[in-house]
Write a protein that binds this ligand. Structure first.
Ligand SMILES: [Zn+2]
Length: 231
């Protein structure tokens, strides 16, 4: 009887040990997926058109920026295509480890060849107005799988920046309460369609200055967010 009890204790102990280990693994797993969704915004500019517009025929987002602005890869991957297309103009396709594909179109120049390994933040080209484009902008697409001509796997790219958006919001709130700014500071509330680039222009400063004032780590802002500015 004593022996059986001892055995039971050992079994239960092992069971607890297993549960504990599983917990740790899942905690690590979620931490990893957090960092995966922390994408780098491909270009500093003004969001001029959203996903799903033009009668559902716009399969990406448009970010207007001056010609020659650096275009960066949002996440590590491999260049799948780098060529000139009559519609996309100079375009770069990047395949990512998680099976996603991102597309960077209307570039003025492409700086990476097919097959090149790229890291999050690698400059793959510059903003332009090539192909079927009216004005300098980056047309950016995200596909949950391989790109196809009907773009059946295209998704709203904004979804992939959500985690970053949340983090920026939290940081902005923390800063508001711990603000050390002087009396000539004022606040702007981010409206729909606003970009850091646009707000910086309005106050005659650079995007980096606005980011510095608000301790922002990315170029993303969200509607309703309060930003500190100096007049
Ligand atoms: Zn577009």
């Amino acid at each position: 009887m004593k022996k059986a009890l001892g055995f039971l204790v050992i079994v239960s102990f092992m069971f607890l040990l297993i549960i504990h280990t599983t917990d740790e693994v899942s905690a690590e797993g979620s931490a990893r997926s957090d960092s995966e969704s922390d994408w780098e915004w491909p270009v500093i500019g003004e969001l001029t058109d959203h996903f799903g517009t033009r009668g559902g025929n716009h399969y990406g987002v448009d970010i207007a920026a001056p010609s020659g602005s650096e275009v960066r890869v949002v996440e590590d991957g491999t260049v799948k295509k780098s060529y000139y297309s009559t519609s996309y103009g100079h375009v770069v396709f990047v395949r990512h480890v998680n099976g996603l594909e991102t597309v960077y179109a209307h570039l003025s120049e492409r700086l990476v060849p097919k097959g090149k390994q790229v890291k999050r933040g690698t400059i793959i080209g510059t903003v332009g107005n090539t192909g079927n484009s009216h004005g300098n902008h980056l047309h950016f697409e995200v596909h949950e799988g391989e790109w196809n001509a009907h773009k059946t796997k295209a998704v709203d790219p904004v979804v992939y920046f959500d985690q970053t958006l949340e983090r920026v919001t939290v940081e902005a709130e923390t800063i508001e309460t711990a603000s050390t700014m002087k009396s000539n500071k004022s606040e702007v509330t981010v409206q729909k369609g606003d970009t850091l680039w646009g707000i910086a222009n309005e106050y005659g400063v650079t995007v980096d200055t606005i980011k510095e004032w608000n301790h922002l780590k990315t170029d993303l802002i969200v509607v309703g967010q309060t930003l500190n500015v100096l007049k």
